[in-house]
Design a binder for this molecule. Sequence first.
Ligand SMILES: [Zn+2]
Length: 401
Amino acid sequence: MAPPFRAEHMGSLLRPQNLLDVRAAIRDGKSPEEAGLAAVEKQAVGDVVKMQLDLGFRAVTSGEFVRTRFWGLMWDEFQGTTRLQDAEAAMFRLYHPDVVSLIEKDRKVMPGDSVIAGEKLSYDPKASVSNVHELQLVQQFVPKERWGDIKLTMITPSWFHMRYKEGSAYSNDAYANDAEYFKGVAGVYQAELDQLYKAGLRNVQFDDPNMAYFCSQKFRKGWEEDKDNSGTVEDLLDSYIALYNDCISKCPSDMHTGIHLCRGNFIGGRHFAEGAYDIIAKKLFQNMDVNTFYLEYDTERAGGFEPLKFLPKNKNVVIGAISTKLPQLEGKEAVKQRIYSAADFVAEGSGQSREEALKRICLSPQCGFSTHESGYPLSEDEEKAKLSMIRQLADEIWGEP
Ligand SMILES: [Zn+2]
């Protein structure tokens, strides 16, 4: 069986305390060498890969242990990016939920949290090393014949676009307009995916909080009231879908691609976007060329399963019905019934039977367990219990990996 698997998780897992301690020491001024980062990181990744394999998960990840936050270092490694220091709030869309959380009281943003294309983007394989390093770390702990199962998460190509006011994601010298900028972004993503493919990656999941904001009426209203926008919010959605398609257009057919519409699992269990998928489902499912959609479905903020009627026959959906925000275990029977209900909508839309539709459905938590380093409501044992339950449910519903 190839990805996606019946039992999935979104990538990030709770980090061990010794890894958090090492990173804290580095923040306090120690060099990574002095702090012993490489050895601690390798041990931690080895342990978390073993945990996933022992629990029966095939699409194993690094737990994102080599990152301090879910978007990692990929954009910093692209050539031509400029890190913003104390950027003016005026260059941001103040109705963008991430921005709302990042802008400080004095109307500056936190330094180092955002980049723009200061020059034309280009790709240097010698600089773009963090994802390959992460993949190779995981490979060391997985039998070679299973390397194709390993999942790597990657931040959405629109990550450093949506937050900025129109024309502010790049300098005027670099790009004249969004269309040119998107072409530049697609170029570096294609190169990154090519390098990862050559290193053995066959399973990539784009993490995309931006896409979920299109479901938010608050964001849509903010967009409409922003006089600097030349296009509609639907134009933006279309351009992001086209951007994805361009980014993955060079992927060989045995590279599984997916998108996780992320509604946030921020420190303290805070989240950003609300609103059902109905408003974007048709376009998203039908126009975006990824194989699999990883959707949050743990609470009512995501709405019902009706939009799954738009899922085309050649695509899969992973139902994020298990919460990473609440330690209590969900009722198994209730989750099963939800999966069957989702299958009925998928079946209705594609003229399939429930059994056929179930072949395109998987189960997962609604988000990662630790999208940033620390501050989550679950303990490691509770995380394991959630993952075990997903495995059990997948065995009982499908009897497949
Ligand atoms: Zn998420």
